[in-house]
Design a protein around this ligand. Structure first.
Ligand code: HEC
Length: 128
């Protein structure tokens, strides 16, 4: 089937602009990370994000996913997958001075290992 050129020129720019993680960011994370609720690092604040980006993709994504201080686990959306959460983190990083890809299988495995570690550490603390 021949797709009309007019249709293609209408669709392609939208596909090129949409980045993985942007939709999740807008739906789940923006409520806090756009205005900086409770001192959340704001989207685009390279000064705040710099030290976080240096923690590395696996560690930072895992800490956010498990929750840390004012940051609720999974951004407060209990059914959010690790993949979607990781894309939202990468989206924020890329708007804030960093350059992260949507995690590949190896990075995802590293993120899951960090999540496990973090959850065990929290559970051990709770038992004390
Ligand atoms: C209810 C508000 C809220 C929502 C919603 C929220 N965050 Fe956060 N987030 C915070 C706050 C507050 C901090 C700062 C935590 C601190 O350092 O005290 C934070 C910190 C972070 C950090 C840095 C973690 C670290 O190690 O310091 C990441 C990454 C992050 N958020 C990702 C996300 C993503 C991705 C989403 C959406 C899926 C999201 N957040 C949704 C409030 C929120």
């Amino acid at each position: 089937m021949k797709i009309p050129t007019l249709l293609l020129t209408a669709i392609l720019p939208i596909a090129a602009l949409a980045q993985p993680g942007e939709a999740t960011y807008k739906a789940v994370c923006a409520a806090c990370h756009t205005s900086g609720v409770a001192n959340a690092p704001k989207l685009g604040d390279a000064k705040k994000w710099g030290p976080l980006i240096r923690e590395g993709q696996a560690v930072l994504t895992a800490h956010g996913y498990v929750g840390i201080r004012g940051m609720p686990a999974k951004g407060g959306k209990p059914d959010l997958s690790v993949e979607d959460f990781a894309d939202a983190v990468a989206y924020m990083v890329n708007q804030s001075g960093g350059k992260w890809q949507s995690p590949d299988a190896k990075t995802l495995a590293a993120i899951r290992t960090e999540i496990d570690k973090r959850e065990k550490a929290i559970a051990a603390k709770a038992r004390k």
